[in-house]
Design a binder for this molecule. Structure first.
Ligand code: 3H9
Length: 706
């Protein structure tokens, strides 16, 4: 049976007696059904054509092959299967050579492993990253890699998902030769000719002797199993990879392949695969905000940062690490010295860990300068303000920027909550003002909310996305509202956690349950890490505008009133004896909670772990849907990426919106309606969820529409 569409994605050309087979399926030569079909035809042609002595496999463009076509997962499979194509390549009676430049990943590397010889250019990236998609290499990779490389190296490749450069790939025996030049066709032809001259046979990876030492292989598998059980708690694919390698060791090759297929199909069917593939595409989709399509970014060659506190210094480091010069502005010499010290401390820590040399630090810091005068920002292409979170203070800074910055400079604020429209409206060039909301520590956290005020021009937004790329951040476009996407949703599910605590769940149970769900930390641990005083200040700021009828849990205030702000003060929800970084439960906190329950007239009840998840997630999903409904987030996937990169949401669940679809929106709505019976002010179903449930639709159905 042939696939429905065939589109010349594999070309054949006879060069002398070598059949050059080029996979040409932009953008990355993924192995869609057409490619598999045409590859099969090419190998058949090589077998039957007496004028062909050898086959050379190449990728057109910058890459060899980036793997299976990820978009096909979850759809009805079309023949031929990739394992069959790989087997056919391996079985070819004439030598097949893979010549690799750029990515040879996943199924792409499996094609190369099925070929008889491999040459790669210096720029090659070789790997089996399926684990990052909740999969295992399913086209013979779990069998051929151990036979070729040995169990230990193969397990490392598959469990880490790492991309290897040509040198390392050569050193471990994954490729036979490194091509010296930069033209993959020339290098590939030269190598194939040399093989033909030497009468090299069709050498099959299945016959390689990487697993010859049974005892050492067995030991490597046992170590990998023990380490994997410890490290990848809750993840499905990693242990299946270990199982597949055991099958490679213990079974005849074809039986090992059958075992791999079964394990692959189990992974393919798992919700974790669906979550991880969603994350893969979502993190690429967020880059396509409308402004990045419609406008050209302005050039950014120098950056100013106003404010040398934790945030300002972290932003400065992120910008320095991207290779750009930074000018930091502070109000006086002492504050500037502190700002510089904050920056230097980051690099000192890297030197202490052996991750940077003093010479590199000196080179980086040579790009850093400071001033107490705004005039030093006259030449900056982009300025990021990171001063105290107060409207008057921010507006004063922007008045100065308006005065000194050159026309066309982008003026960004790092505010977390304030109304950026109001900041923009206070100066003469509102079209240049954008929000760049970094997350702490700003040089580490990947998320960057690009907050788009009403008057901003499209090229300024495009510039913000371009900057994110330079800083290696994941940008998410957000509209203006209190808290933008992330902190706005956080405020709501945090309140749900507080309600559960006051109603009878302990903060320690809530944290444990959320860790088991996959978050690295629970909400009360996060609060202790961030510093309870930050949330306290926000609550005080909001006190005047809070709905007096809305439920307000005072436990956090009681804890803060004692000066217990978390790790930095040695106690918060947890005790941190002698500066420990992981806390222990505090009976005094439990007593405070008891007293608060009594004051509020609440008889505590027990919560099951399941109910904690249902309430926490329903709160997160409902507010996430509101954020989409109001256009603050472009699509549900923007909410997902925000939570994956800024809030530790477990990647294998794809993000809160993907999770909502996976458990069923109707169930989420039923939960919200049930919870609303006790507290209708807090639990108001999002109109978007109601609408989608009525239509029988998913949140994912909105992901295409922006
Ligand atoms: C597998 O192989 C399973 C097998 O073992 C078994 C099968 C039986 N499919 O990242 P970029 C798209 S699992 C479909 O921005 P870069 C991507 O969405 C696979 N599409 O470029 C984007 O589309 P758009 C194992 C794919 O230069 C465009 O290509 N392989 C695929 O920064 C450009 O991508 C992997 O996990 C794909 N496989 O990076 C490798 N790959 O323009 C996954 C990319 O519409 N890919 N696209 O947004 C990558 O790691 C990077 O894309 C790569 C290029 C390094 C190749």
């Amino acid at each position: 049976m042939t696939p429905e569409v065939s589109a010349d994605v594999v070309t054949q050309e006879l060069r002398g007696r070598i059949l050059v087979v080029t996979i040409d399926n932009p953008p990355v030569n993924a192995l869609g059904a057409n490619v598999r079909y045409e590859l099969q035809l090419a190998i058949e042609a090589a077998e039957t054509n007496a004028a062909v002595d050898a086959v050379l496999l190449l990728g057109a463009g910058r890459n060899f092959i980036a793997g299976a076509d990820i978009r096909e997962f979850g759809k009805a499979p079309l023949p031929p299967s990739l394992p069959d194509v790989c087997n056919q390549i391996e079985a070819c009676g004439k030598p097949v050579v893979a010549a690799i430049r750029g990515a040879a990943l996943g199924g792409g590397l499996e094609i190369a492993l099925a070929a008889h010889y491999r040459i790669a250019l210096a720029d090659a990236k070789l790997g089996l990253p399926e684990v990052a998609l909740g999969l295992l290499p399913g086209a013979g990779g779990t069998q051929r890699a151990p036979h070729l490389l040995g169990a230990k190296a193969a397990l490392d490749l598959m469990l880490s998902g790492r991309h290897l450069g040509a040198k390392e790939a050569h050193a471990i025996g994954l490729i036979d030769r490194i091509g010296e030049g930069d033209d993959v066709l020339t290098e590939g032809l030269a190598y194939t000719r040399a093989l033909l001259t030497a009468r090299a046979p069709a050498r099959r990876t299945r016959d390689a002797n990487g697993l010859a030492d049974h005892v050492a292989s067995r030991a490597a598998i046992d170590v990998a199993r023990a380490e994997t059980s410890k490290k990848s708690r809750g993840l499905f694919a990693p242990l299946r990879i270990v199982d597949a390698v055991r099958a490679a060791l213990e079974s005849p090759f074809d039986e090992g392949l059958r075992h791999e297929r079964q394990l692959f199909l189990q992974c393919l069917d798992s919700p974790q695969r669906a979550g991880l593939v969603h994350a893969f595409f979502a993190e690429r989709e967020v880059l396509k905000a409308p402004e990045t399509r419609d406008a050209k970014p302005r050039a950014i060659a120098s950056v100013g940062v106003v404010g040398g506190g934790t945030m300002g210094a972290g932003i400065a480091v992120a910008v320095l690490d991207a290779g750009l010069p930074v000018t930091m502005i502070e109000r006086d010499d002492a504050a500037l010295a502190r700002g510089r010290a904050h920056v230097e401390k980051v690099y000192e820590a890297l030197i202490a860990k052996g991750r940077m040399t003093p010479e590199t630090r000196a080179a980086v810091l040579a790009r850093f300068s400071g001033s107490t005068s705004y005039d030093a920002l006259g030449a900056a292409d982009l300025v990021i303000e990171a001063v105290f979170e107060d409207m008057a203070v921010k507006q004063a800074v922007f008045a100065e920027l308006d005065r000194v910055c050159k026309p066309g400079a982008v003026l960004a604020t790092n505010t977390s909550y304030l109304d950026i429209d109001e900041i923009a409206a206070s100066i003469s060039r509102p079209a240049d003002v954008v929000g760049l909301h970094f997350f702490s520590p700003a040089n580490v956290m990947k998320l960057l909310e690009v907050v788009v005020p009403a008057q901003v021009s499209a090229d300024v937004v495009a510039t913000a996305f371009e900057l994110a790329k330079k800083l290696r951040k994941v940008p998410v476009r957000a509209g203006v509202c209190d808290g933008f996407i992330g902190n706005r949703v956080l405020a709501v599910y945090r309140a749900a956690a507080d309600h559960m605590m006051e109603d009878g769940a302990s903060p320690y149970q809530i944290d444990r349950v959320l860790r088991e769900f996959g978050f690295p930390m629970g909400p009360f641990q996060v609060s202790d890490l961030a510093g309870g005083d930050i949330g306290w200040a926000t609550r005080k700021r909001r006190a005047a505008t809070r709905d007096p009828k809305a439920r307000y849990v005072q436990i956090a205030d009681r804890i803060c009133e004692r000066g217990w702000f978390g790790q930095k003060t040695g106690r918060g929800y947890y005790l941190y004896p002698d500066g420990a970084r992981s806390g222990v439960p505090d009976p005094e906190v439990e007593a405070i909670i008891d007293a608060e329950r009594e004051r509020a007239g609440i008889a505590p009840r027990a919560f099951t772990d399941d109910e904690i998840i249902r309430r926490y997630m329903a709160a997160m999903i409902n507010e996430g849907a509101n954020v989409v409904h109001e256009g603050i987030a472009l699509r549900p996937l923007d909410v997902d990426v925000t939570f994956l990169y800024g809030y530790g949401f477990p990647r294998h669940r794809g993000g809160p919106m993907k999770y909502a679809d996976s458990i069923g929106l109707a169930k989420v709505l039923a939960d919200i309606r049930e919870f609303a019976k006790e507290d209708p002010i807090f639990w108001k179903p999002s109109p978007l969820i109601v609408e989608l449930v009525e239509q029988g639709e998913t949140l994912a159905s909105l992901n295409q529409s922006a």
